[in-house]
Design a protein around this ligand. Structure first.
Ligand SMILES: Cc1cc2nc3c(=O)[nH]c(=O)nc-3n(C[C@H](O)[C@H](O)[C@H](O)COP(=O)(O)OP(=O)(O)OC[C@H]3O[C@@H](n4cnc5c(N)ncnc54)[C@H](O)[C@@H]3O)c2cc1C
Length: 391
C-alpha cells in the first residue's frame, strides 16, 4: 500500500494550488455577487491545461485521471466551490462517452472539451424527480425517416452549466415511459443548437452562483444513430457514469471543508478574548481537532475512490466505497462550513468574510449526483449484501 502521490500528481497539486491562490481567491466573492459566469477562470483553467485532466492523452487530454481531477478540484474549492463545479463539468457529461461511446464519438467530443473550445452539460434530473431515475418521462421514439435515428421529447431540469453548454449528454426512455426496466433508458448526445432544443429558464439558487442551473426542454429533437451512447438500454451506463463521479463530487466537499477550516483557524488564533485568544480555549481546539480528523477521513475515502475509479473499479461491487466518499465528504463540507461560520461569530455571518458564502455553497453537495439519503441507501445495500470487509 502506497500513500504517497506520484511526483506528477504532486506537481499538479502545487501548480493548481498556486493558480487558486493567485486567480480564484481574489475573485470568489465577486463571482458570487455578480452571478456571472467567470470566463476569466475558465480561460485560466484552459491555459493551465486543467480542462482535460480526466481525458486520456489520445483524445487530447492530459491523462491525469479521476485522481488528478480530484486533486485539482480539492485545491480550487478551498476558495470557490463554483470553480470546482467548472472542472467537474469536464467529466460529468463526457463520462458516459468515455465509458461506452464509440471511437468516432470520443474523437468528435473529447478533444474540444480538453482544449476548452466546447463545453457540455449533463441532463438526467426531471421536474418529476431526480433520485428516482427510472421514473424519468423524457421519451425517445424511433425516427420513422432515419434508420437508427430517434426523436426526443421531454424536460430536464437543474442542469449545471446549461447556459454555456455546446452539447448535452441526456438520458431518455427508449421503452414505454411507464416502464421501470433498466433497458428502457438510453444515453444520447444532443447538440445545443439542434432544432427543438430550448433553454427557457435559469434557476435562482442559494449558492454556487456563476454557473447557471436551468431547464433543458426537448421538443421533437432529432438524433442521428451516431449520437446514441453505447447500446440501447443504458440505465446501467448512467449509473456507471455517476459511480465514477463520486470522488469528483467528494473533492468539492473536502476542498470546501479545508478552505473553511484554514480560514477559521487563522481567525481564532488572532481574535483576542478573555485575556488570551479564542484559539487558546480547549473547547474551540477540540472542535478544530474533530473537524480536522473528519476532513482527513474524508480525504482518504475520496482519494481511494478516485484510485478505484481510475482502475475501472466503478461497477456494482465498488458502489459502497464510492458512495461513502461522496456521502461523507459532502456532509463534512456542510459541517465545516457551519463550524467555520460559528468560530467567527457575528463576523462569520457577514459578507465581510467568505464563511457565509461557503455555508450557502456547501449545501448543494449533499443534494447533487445522488443525495446523502440515496448514498446511504447504496452503502446499506452493500453492507447488507456483505460487499465490504465481512468474514
Ligand atoms: C445546484 C444543483 C445542480 C444540479 N445539477 C444537475 C445536473 O447538472 N444534472 C442533473 O441531471 N441534475 C442536477 N441537479 C439535480 C440533482 O441531481 C437532484 O436534485 C438530485 O438527484 C435529487 O433529486 P430531487 O431534487 O428531485 O429530490 P427528490 O428525489 O425529490 O428527493 C427529495 C428528498 O427525498 C429524499 N429521498 C429520495 N429518494 C429517497 C430514498 N429512496 N430513500 C430516502 N430518501 C430519499 C432525498 O434524499 C431528498 O432529501 C442539480 C441540483 C442542484 C441543487
Amino acid at each position: 500500500m502506497d500513500f504517497e502521490l506520484s511526483d506528477e500528481l504532486l506537481a499538479l497539486r502545487d501548480s493548481v494550488r498556486k493558480l487558486a491562490q493567485d486567480k480564484i481567491k481574489p475573485r470568489a466573492r465577486e463571482i458570487d455577487e455578480s452571478g456571472e459566469y467567470p470566463q476569466d477562470i475558465f480561460e485560466a483553467f484552459r491555459d493551465a491545461d486543467l480542462l482535460g485532466l480526466c481525458i486520456p492523452e489520445e483524445y487530447g487530454g492530459s491523462g491525469a485521471g479521476i485522481l488528478g481531477l480530484t486533486l485539482a478540484i480539492e485545491e480550487v474549492t478551498k476558495y470557490s466551490n463554483v470553480t470546482g463545479l467548472m472542472l467537474l463539468l469536464t467529466r460529468l457529461p463526457t463520462g458516459p462517452i468515455m465509458i461506452a461511446g464509440s471511437e468516432e464519438q470520443k474523437l468528435k467530443y473529447l478533444p474540444s472539451i480538453a482544449d476548452g473550445s466546447k463545453r457540455s452539460a449533463f441532463g438526467l434530473s426531471e421536474p418529476g424527480g431526480g433520485s428516482d431515475v427510472a421514473g424519468m418521462q423524457t421519451r425517445a421514439t424511433p425516427d420513422p425517416d432515419v434508420e437508427g435515428g430517434w426523436i426526443l421529447n421531454g424536460t430536464k431540469c437543474w442542469i449545471s452549466g446549461v447556459r454555456q453548454a455546446d452539447w448535452f449528454t441526456v438520458f431518455a426512455k427508449t421503452g414505454e415511459p411507464s416502464s421501470r426496466l433498466h433497458d428502457s433508458i438510453t444515453g444520447f448526445i444532443i447538440d445545443a443548437n439542434a432544432p427543438g432544443v430550448e433553454r427557457p429558464r435559469f434557476d435562482k439558487k442559494m449558492g454556487v452562483k456563476g454557473v447557471d442551473t436551468g431547464e433543458l426542454v426537448l421538443n421533437n429533437v432529432k438524433i442521428g444513430p451516431d449520437d446514441v451512447i453505447g447500446a440501447i438500454g443504458g440505465f446501467r451506463l448512467a449509473m456507471l457514469g455517476l459511480n465514477a463521479m463520486r470522488p469528483v463530487v467528494a473533492a468539492r466537499g473536502i476542498g470546501l471543508a479545508e478552505g473553511a477550516l484554514m480560514y477559521a483557524t487563522e481567525y481564532v488564533k488572532n481574535r483576542p478574548a478573555f485575556g488570551s485568544t479564542i484559539a487558546s480555549m480547549q473547547g474551540i481546539q477540540w472542535e478544530i481537532a474533530k473537524l480536522a480528523t473528519e476532513i482527513e477521513a474524508a480525504r482518504l475515502l475520496t482519494y481511494r475512490a478516485a484510485w478505484l475509479a481510475d482502475q475501472g473499479k466503478f461497477t456494482k461491487e465498488y458502489v459502497p466505497q464510492l458512495s461513502m466518499a461522496k456521502y461523507y465528504a459532502s456532509e463534512v463540507g456542510v459541517k465545516a462550513s457551519g463550524l467555520a461560520l460559528q468560530l467567527l461569530g457575528a463576523a462569520g455571518y457577514m459578507e465581510d468574510h467568505p464563511t457565509e458564502l461557503w455555508y450557502r455553497d456547501a449545501k448543494q453537495l449533499t443534494i447533487v449526483e445522488g443525495t446523502s439519503q440515496v448514498q446511504l441507501g447504496l452503502i446499506a445495500k452493500g453492507v447488507l449484501g456483505h460487499d465490504l470487509w465481512w468474514d
